[in-house]
Design a protein around this ligand. Structure first.
Ligand code: PEP
Ligand code: MN
Length: 376
């Protein structure tokens, strides 16, 4: 993967397209982006000192912008965002330790590979998503009781899941459907974590529940229906826990990445994306799982992406084949609903695997993972 500096050098000469197919250019000839302003990336020299990086951050902030230092394998780059109008870019070019200043042409900045060529690894309670491991998140759709959660947690752990899921706050289509156990559900999840050692991922549906989820869980899930709840995204951006952001059911790739940008722009860089199917005319499955978004995300962004074939298909018999396909297409992990008694599940029973089916699927994935350069 090329460094921002290499991309910038190339851009300075022939103004070629970056790997992602989007133009980047030097600030000599600024063009306003979608927002009508120019956003830039200050690329530091490889030997830049911490004090020089700090100096650039202060210079950016002194002009009313927000500085986002992004340490890379080779050098640090500092993203500049803000909505205060045009930047006087040459000011930054002259500062000590600065190699060059490049303009970022995407509407999204901080999530872009232009800005950070190296893949981001999201650490959820010590489990790393976006590295060599294919990470499996499993558990029921909803937390229903302590007995249910402990039973499922033990079984998925035994089969090879690395993270435990289960909704305590459920965003249901009908107000009459089971809405989740709320805080009690979070306490049950914490008990299941204590019992199994599996870190917990669970959804926050509003700012109030996010406060609680942040306190109890190891990662905060933002669901498909909330992908464009911008105040919730901003709150997640101020959280001290990683975020699992699911794609809205009618979101374009750019909208998906812009939603992640909201979270990063508030200072939380620990964001994993999750494809969970989109609405199409196709009516044989609950949603249409868009596996082609995985390589597209990989090209445009440094953030990891998981695939959720449970919501993506809505049908138990489709979950295993689509999971295998997701692993093959380069997903960083899978999110799979498992219930010990799916016929009696309070939500999403028809798409939930039994623990035995889940174990069989993990065995298949163990064979596929090494072929695509992953471990499981
Ligand atoms: C879930 O993960 O249980 C869920 C509600 O997913 P989505 O937001 O993708 O519908
Ligand atoms: Mn569900």
């Amino acid at each position: 993967m090329e460094s921002p500096a290499i991309l910038a050098r190339r851009a300075g000469g022939r103004k070629p397209k970056s790997r992602s197919g989007h133009r980047i250019g030097r600030l000599g000839a600024p063009r306003a982006g979608l927002s009508g302003r120019t956003d830039v990336l200050v690329v530091m020299r490889q030997d830049a000192q911490a004090a020089e990086i700090e100096g650039v951050v202060r210079a950016i902030e002194a002009r009313g912008f927000k500085a986002h230092p992004i340490p890379g394998a080779q050098r640090t780059a500092i993203g500049v965002t803000g909505n205060k109008g045009a930047l006087e870019a040459p000011v930054f070019e002259g500062l000590p330790g600065v190699l060059e200043v490049i303009r970022v042409s995407h509407a999204y900045k901080l999530v872009s590979r232009e800005v950070k060529p190296e893949a981001t690894v999201v650490d959820i309670g010590g489990v790393r998503i976006g590295g060599p491991e294919l990470v499996i998140v499993a558990g029921p759709c909803a937390v229903e009781s302590l007995e249910q959660m402990l039973e499922v947690a033990r079984r998925v752990k035994q089969a090879g899941a690395r993270l435990l899921r289960g909704g305590a706050f459920k965003p249901r289509t009908s107000p009459y459907s089971f809405q989740g156990l709320g805080k009690q559900g979070l306490e049950i999840l914490a008990q299941a974590r204590a019992e199994t050692g599996l870190p917990v991922v669970t959804e926050a549906v509003d700012e109030q529940s996010l406060d609680l989820v942040e306190e109890y869980a190891d990662a905060i899930q933002i669901g498909a229906r909330n992908m464009q709840n911008f105040s919730l995204l901003r709150r997640a951006g101020r959280a001290r826990k990683p975020v699992l952001l699911k794609r809205g059911m009618s979101a374009t790739l750019e909208e998906f990445l812009m939603s992640a940008e909201y979270i990063l722009s508030e200072g939380n860089y620990q964001v994993a994306l999750c494809e969970r199917g989109v609405r199409t005319f196709s009516d044989f499955s609950r949603n249409t799982l868009d596996l082609s978004v995985v390589p597209a995300v990989k090209q445009l962004s440094h953030l990891p992406i998981l695939v959720d074939p449970s919501h993506g298909t809505g049908r138990r018999d489709k979950v295993a084949p689509l999971s295998r396909a997701a692993a093959a297409v380069g997903a960083d992990g899978l999110l799979i609903e498992v219930h010990h008694d799916p016929d009696r599940a309070l939500s999403d029973g028809p798409q939930s695997l039994t623990p035995a089916q889940f174990a069989e699927l993990v065995a298949d994935l163990r064979r596929i993972a090494p072929v695509v350069g992953r471990r499981l």
